[in-house]
Design a binder for this molecule. Sequence first.
Ligand code: SF4
Length: 196
Amino acid sequence: MAELTWEIFHRQVETCAMCPLHEGIRHKVPGQGDPAAPLMFIGEGPGQVEDEEGLAFVGPAGQLLTRMLAAISLPRDRVYICNIVKCRPPNNRVPEEAEANACKLHLRNQVALVRPKVIVLLGSTAAKNTIGPEVRITRDRGRWFNSKGTWMLPTYHPSALLRDPDKKREAWEDMQTLRDKLIELGLYKDIFGGTE
Ligand code: SF4
């Protein structure tokens, strides 16, 4: 079997028809960012702006994510950002279990290529499809999980923060938790150019 490369990954996503979500989309949205980032963000799926541009987290929720990263001095171009599904679900509905499961092949390949040390899971769909179906975002956000040496932190999806600004305080606490872990792991100063 051929060794997995970014070129193979992108070709596989571009030609993928493993679930019905590819029908009617404008662009696949594989994800983007630093291909060797120690910090990865995983959301749910592309929205309208992402579908139009073929890029993850570039709409209003993505702009809020950029501001959240800036608040802890993390430049967005030093992280890798993607979603559970690479095709926009109709009307931004939650991806069905079969769709998320089909797309996990691509996500697994992405994680294998990036090899992040820390993964932030944005929202319930991302958390349930990575940590496990038992995760409850309101209960488990801000808690660290570890899988085979990779640290995973569930938090709210930025879209949820746009809908309910009262959640922003907890999201801010989660960003502090993330920052503390990056410092603890020696990643904050060396890799992101932070001040500590
Ligand atoms: S959502 Fe994922 S599995 Fe489904 S068609 Fe798109 S790339 Fe393939």
